[in-house]
Design a protein around this ligand. Structure first.
Ligand code: NAD
Ligand code: MG
Length: 403
């Protein structure tokens, strides 16, 4: 930590769902006692919200990634006296600024280079950007450790496991059990899924999140990404990680020990809960968390995921087991397909079909699952190659999309 008080903070992806929740929590906590100072804010395209955040928190640096928005952003920031910058390189540079705590909440592979930069500074990196971890987990974790910092999981499932996993008795763990809400299409057949619309897929039953992760939750790709994320974060083999559908999203995940005890973390479906756990780890944060009363929740139910109708979970497990950079292929193919689905150029079921085809065609050199020698340049080259391949699949299937 650089200073005892206040804690200096960077928020990457400040205009997104997680970024906004992080700033709301910090604002609430600072109103009680000014403990946190925002040093860096970075956003993608939403200049109005980023300018509003910058004027409120007065960070040392505010960066907008989208170069086309630069002129308009400069206009909005005129007279503020605040330092501003623009472009991907500026985001990476901003992420490398020395601070105590970084929220990494850029969505997708776009977050990889900023996370890589932040993890080399010795800061505590609260990681929401699961795609970065899926593509580069072992190397990222090793890099943060070598720099004297750490990576803490923001994703609610991993945060839950992090809270209940006794690191000194890892040999006593039988399984990590990730819970999944099942999304808006729980119980749908493959045939029904082939006709679902973007509007239906964007209606998540329990969580309010960005568009990409909402589609991933509907296809169970999110649980697939989280499966890989869990393997890397907790250094656990694929056959000791399981997923269970739990539609109420009350239990956020569990650790099953060999002595028969399963420890679960429960709480409201509100991302400020795991964010607050990361903010002052290893101490908990006292704040006005939303009420949580099992009497009003009533019952908790559980069921097995339907992997025939939702193949993304199986594909993620296969990508993890294949080792090396197959998770990069899974992630890149999924990102391209989700974007095409959101643009109504791809049917929902074609997401998994294209991801499977990309994994079959990828032809990767074999590498160990926990290879820490991955480098960002090679990952981004593979990502670009798979994006081109899957972009071609999406163009060819555009005509068969249900209207
Ligand atoms: P979002 O779409 O709401 O926000 C994404 C943020 O990234 C925005 O600030 C956007 O401007 C920024 N961004 C996008 N492209 C960028 C680029 N090229 N350069 C710089 N910034 C860019 O997404 P979200 O729901 O907040 O999710 C963020 C990350 O957190 C994702 O990786 C997601 O999987 C993960 N996550 C989110 C939740 C949730 O509840 N929202 C839960 C768990 C994990
Ligand atoms: Mg999650």
């Amino acid at each position: 930590m650089l200073n005892a008080l206040p804690k200096s903070v960077t928020v990457l992806g400040s205009t997104g769902s997680i970024g906004v929740s992080t700033l709301a929590l910090i604002e609430e906590l600072n109103a009680l006692e000014p403990k946190y100072r925002i040093d860096v804010l970075c956003g993608g395209k939403n200049i109005e919200l980023l300018a509003q955040q910058a004027r409120k928190f007065r960070p040392g640096l505010t960066v907008i990634a989208d170069t086309e928005s630069w002129d308009a952003f400069q206009g909005l920031m005129e007279g503020s006296g605040l330092e501003i910058a623009c472009g991907d390189a500026a985001v990476i540079e901003a992420a490398a600024r020395p601070v105590d705590w970084v929220m990494a909440a850029i969505v997708g592979i776009a977050g990889l280079e900023p996370v890589w930069a932040a993890s080399g500074t010795g800061a505590t990196v609260a990681l929401a950007n699961k795609e970065a971890l899926v593509c580069c987990g072992p190397a990222l974790l090793a890099r943060a450790k070598a720099a004297g910092g750490c990576i803490l999981p923001v994703d609610s499932e991993h945060n839950a496991i992090f809270q209940v996993l006794d690191g000194t008795q890892k040999d006593m763990v039988n399984r990590l059990v990730l819970t999944a809400s099942g999304g808006p299409f729980r119980g749908y057949s493959r045939d029904q899924l082939s006709r679902v619309t973007v509007e239906q897929a964007l209606k998540h039953p329990n969580w309010s999140m960005g568009a990409k992760i909402t589609i991933d939750s509907a296809s169970l790709a999110n649980k697939g990404l989280e499966f890989i994320e869990a393997a890397y974060l907790f250094d656990m083999p694929a056959d000791q990680i399981d997923a269970v559908i739990h539609p109420q999203s009350v239990i956020h995940s569990m650790v099953e020990y060999k002595d028969g005890s399963s420890l679960a973390q429960m709480g409201p479906a509100d991302m400020r809960v795991p964010i607050s756990y990361c903010l002052n780890w290893p101490r908990r944060t006292a704040w006005q968390a939303p009420g949580f009363d099992l009497k009003t929740i009533g019952s908790l139910t559980f069921e097995a995921p339907d992997e025939d109708a939702f193949p993304m979970l199986r594909l993620a497990r296969e990508a993890l087991k294949a080792g090396g950079d197959m998770p990069v292929v899974f992630n890149a193919a999924n990102e391209v397909c989700v974007a095409a689905f959101l643009q109504k150029r791809l049917a929902f079921t074609q997401i998994a079909e294209n991801v499977e085809a990309a994994m079959m065609r990828a032809q990767l050199p074999s590498k160990a699952i926990n290879d820490t020698s991955q480098d960002v340049g090679t990952i981004l080259e593979l990502d670009a190659r798979i994006r081109a391949l899957v972009g071609g699949f999406c163009d060819r299937s555009a005509s068969s999309v249900p209207k």
